[in-house]
Design a binder for this molecule. Sequence first.
Ligand SMILES: [Fe+2]
Length: 382
Amino acid sequence: MAGTLGAVALGAEDGAALVPLMATPAVVMAPRSDGMEVVWAVSRLCRGWVEYREQGVVRKFAADEFGMVPQGEKILRVRVSGLKPGAKGELRAVVESCDAAKQREEGPWKPVTTLDPAAPATRFVVWNDTHEHHDTIRKLHEVTPSADFLLWNGDTCNDWHQEAWLVPTLLHPAKQDVTAGRPLLLTWGNHDVRGKWAFKVREMMATPSGRPFCAFRSGPVAVISLHTGEDKPDDHPSFGGRVAFESLRREQAEWLAQVTRAPGICDAPYRIVFCHIPLRWTVEAPETPYASGGYDAFARSSRAVWHDALAAWGAQVVISGHTHEDAWIPSNEKFPYAQLVSGGPKFNTARWIEGTADADGLKLVMRDLTGGVVHEVKLPRV
Ligand SMILES: [Fe+2]
């Protein structure tokens, strides 16, 4: 009855084989200093909750914002809150079917840690542009250590042409439990917003703020995560009238002007931006020929409205994907922030980044899947 996910099924009184309720692992995402959000897929209508265990004490999170026990027939989401910064515990998902069978399953306990803005050090890891390449994802999962957070820097998919592709790609990529020991934060890539089912990504990818952009502290590092949208204007015929990123870019520009002055963000020793499409690229043509099949290698229209706030804040480095070609572009007089771009989806071009920061500096190490170091950068305190 346990299926492939290690869940324990209870309540099959008639002895009949029941389809497992849990269709994916419980995915720990949207890390915050007071908790996180847990999202998983189910096979039919059921109720669900999260049990959190710390130092032998178990707390149950079983209420949504409208006073209901979380329930659904495809996706369950549970917000865990009220924890202390840097709390270390374990959690598991529990589900019970809303039918006469009263089938019940308990997922395995998973280690979790909340973000700690006051910690002297932090470690994070970054993936990008996995594009459903299962061999790459399996290897990334194998070689990537536990961390305070896993930043999946966009392009999880190859466009959402079928609704059925969303759950396995986002909540059970290459059938791996990718958030064991590292809570997930997604930054949206241009392929994540393509296809007629792209509007459903938000139903299963939680973010700390409930929006596709956010700012937070992890130890000495201030992180700003942004949504660069598409790589062509909103009215490009290939988008079918489905996207509205011009207004989202402007809204993020206004938000940036405020959040970069917020305590904890404005005074952080280290300052990083994550966004899928890089804000700088090695070769920057003055215009992109959109009408003849061209697309932005760098986020031209985002940079135009975000640059001033990021420069004034003292952003040290922007970490991106998109080009499927790794690059390190140092800061210069015009651009006070450096640009680190990671690799592509194929096994030989895939890269992952480990970031560590403490009193000595911020270190970014990009590796290929064989462990070879591709880029290594050390940045001083601001
Ligand atoms: Fe990509």
